[in-house]
Design a protein around this ligand. Structure first.
Ligand SMILES: [Zn+2]
Length: 240
């Protein structure tokens, strides 16, 4: 049953003459065994990884272990939920003015740049993929050129937006892997869309099934994995 799904997926990739994908992993802060496992996958399959790092929680040593095919994106500031009662989880509650939130984001950005150097791309990834349009619209004022949320997020002016499409974690079902059938069904659906398919992972919560799936995915022939630097400038060129 499972192999059949992979066969169908690989046949569809081949029928289309290949597929473009990209890989974002969120919530990196400290070097730990799960992160090491993630980085080992990226390096052994030579697949570029966009690592969304939480700037104010990041340890300097985190960056020592990163190979050249790892880009660093800014994942919010401290990943603390500031939502008011009744609001969905967010680092940027409606009660906080845009200017104040932007100031926090800029301060976190300078810390991340100091730690990560040239590896840190000017790309913002809001925690819980959630940022209100007025605040997102100000990101270019503090130097961001890119934004990455999840599929279906509103388009934001002034930044290149490259979203993810498939989150492999079922957050409301004990954070288990979403399952091979569901992940591949989503992938088949997005293949038809023609956009690079964004895979979203969270190394800290992966169960063994999630890890196994990821490894199998990275072995699929015909997928071209785009690095974040290429992808964000690629879309910039495409949209003129
Ligand atoms: Zn996060």
């Amino acid at each position: 049953m499972d192999e059949l799904s992979w066969e169908r997926f690989e046949a569809e990739v081949a029928r289309r003459g290949g597929a473009r994908c990209w890989w974002r992993d969120d919530d990196a802060a400290q070097p730990d065994p799960a992160l090491a496992r993630l980085l080992a996958l990226s390096s052994s399959f030579r697949v570029p990884l966009a690592l969304a790092v939480v700037p104010l929680l990041a340890a300097g040593e985190l960056f020592d272990s990163l190979r050249d095919n790892v880009s660093v994106l800014q994942h919010g500031t401290d990943h603390r939920n500031r939502a008011a009662p009744g609001e969905k989880k967010t680092e940027y509650p409606a009660a906080e003015p845009d200017a104040a939130a932007l100031e926090r984001i800029a301060a976190a950005r300078s810390r991340l740049q100091q730690l990560a150097g040239a590896r840190a791309l000017p790309v913002f990834v809001p925690p819980w993929n959630r940022i209100r349009p007025s605040l997102a619209g100000c990101l270019s004022k503090i130097g961001f050129q890119g934004l990455s949320c999840d599929a279906g997020a509103a388009r934001v002016a002034g930044v290149e937006q490259v979203d993810t499409h498939i989150d492999i974690v079922a957050w409301r079902e004990g954070r288990r892997f979403i399952g091979e059938d569901q992940a591949l069904a989503l992938a088949l659906r997005h293949l038809a869309g023609g956009q690079p398919i964004g895979w979203l992972t969270h190394h800290a919560v992966h169960d063994e099934q999630a890890w196994r799936f990821l490894e199998r995915l990275l072995r699929v022939k015909g997928i071209r994995w785009a690095g974040a630097a290429e992808l964000f400038s690629y879309t910039a060129a495409r949209h003129g």
